[in-house]
Write a protein that binds this ligand. Sequence first.
Ligand code: GLU
Length: 424
Amino acid sequence: MSFLKQINPFESAMKQFDKAASLIKLTESQIAMIKEPRRITEVNLPVRMSDGSIRIFKGFRVQHSIVRGPAKGGIRFHPSVTVDEVKALAFWMTYKCAVVGVPFGGGKGGVMCDPNELTPTELENLSRRYFAEMSDLFGPDSDVPAPDVNTNPQIMCWMFDTYSMHKKQFLPGVITGKPLELGGSEVRSEATALGMVFCVEEATDHLNIDLKKATIAIQGFGNAGSYAAKLLKEHGSKIVAISDISGAYYNSDGIDIDKALETCRKNKTWILTGLEKNTPCEKLEDPGTLLELVVDILIPAALENQITAENAPNVRAKVIAECANGPVTPEADEILEKKNVFIIPDILCNAGGVTVSYLEWVQNRMGYYWSKERINEDLEHIMKKSFDEVLEKSKTYKVDMRIAAFLLAIERVTKAAELRGLYA
Ligand code: GLU
C-alpha cells in the first residue's frame, strides 16, 4: 500500500473542522450536533455478470447532515472507495452547501468497482441495484445524489428511473446531474469547472495576477479537469500541463486542449493515452512532478491526498484552486501557508457543481426550465458572492481561506441546528 493511501481522509476532515471550530469556541454540545455523520449505510450488492456468474459489490451511502435541508452529494464508483473516504466526502458536502448558501445538508455515496472493467449492462445493473437497495434513504426531500468520480448523466438516468418505477411516479428531483432531455439543467455538465473559474477570477483579481497571461497545470482530466482546461484556455490562459491515469503531459508553450479533448474522444474510454503523438508535448517521467511545476495556478482535479507533507515543500504555484475534494492534507496546508500559496479551498472552489444541482432540483420541483444565460448568471453571482464572503472572513479572523470557509459554514450549520432544537 502506498504512502498516499495511508492518509485517512476522514481524519483530515476532522482536523480541518477542529481547527476552525476552536476559533469560534463552539460548546461540546454544538460540536456533537454538527461534526460526525448522521447515518452510515453499507450494502452488499449482488450483480449478475455477462458470463452468468454473480458478483458482490460493496456500496455505501453516508448522510452527514440533514440540518439545513435534504442530504446532498454525489455517488462515486471507484475500486478503492472506503467508508472513511465517503464519510469525509459527505462531511465536505455539508460545509460546501453551507458556504454557498444552498439549502441542503451533506451526503455521499460510493461503490467499490472499476466501471472500466464492466460491460454497459453490468454497469446499468449495478447502478440500479445500488439505488434500489438504498431507496428508503433517497428522495427529493430526504437525500438527493448526483454524479461524482466515474459516474455520469446516463447513470443518473438509470437511478432516477429505478426510483420512479418503484414509486410509480415521475420524480426527477430525486437525483441531479441528469441529461437535459430528462430533467437536467443547462450548465450542469461544466458547473464544477465554471464555478472554479469564477473563484479563480476573484482570486487573481485579489492577488493582482493577470489571468490572461497565467500559466496553469491541471491534475485530472475527467469532468472537472477537462472543462477547467477548456474554459481557462478560452480565457486566454496557458495550460502547460494536464494529466490523468495514463500519465502527465507538459509543454511550456501550452498544450492544445482541443487536441487533448479529441484524443480522449478517439480513445475508447475518456483517457489521454497517446496525447504526445497527437500534439506537441512531452510525457513526464514522473506524473507527480506536474504538481511541482513553476506555474501561476495549480488545479488538482482528481482525488484526495495529492499534495502532502512530502511534496508540499516542492510546490511552486502561486494559487491552488481545489477542483477535487480533499486534494491537500492538513499537514501540507501548513507548509503551503508558510510558503504564501493562496489556496481556494474545495468546499468553496468546487461548489459550482452542487450549486447548479440545486438549480436543477428547483427546476424539477416547479417543472419549468431556465435558460443557459439565467443559470450562468445565478452561478456567477453565487460563486463570487461566496468567494468575497470567505475572503472577508479570512481577513477578519486572520486565517487562510480554508479555515475562513469552514468558519462561515460552521456558523450557518450551527445556527440552523440551534433553531431546530432537539426532538427528544
Ligand atoms: N459530486 C459533486 C461534488 O462533490 C456534486 C455533488 C452534487 O451535485 O450533489 O460537489
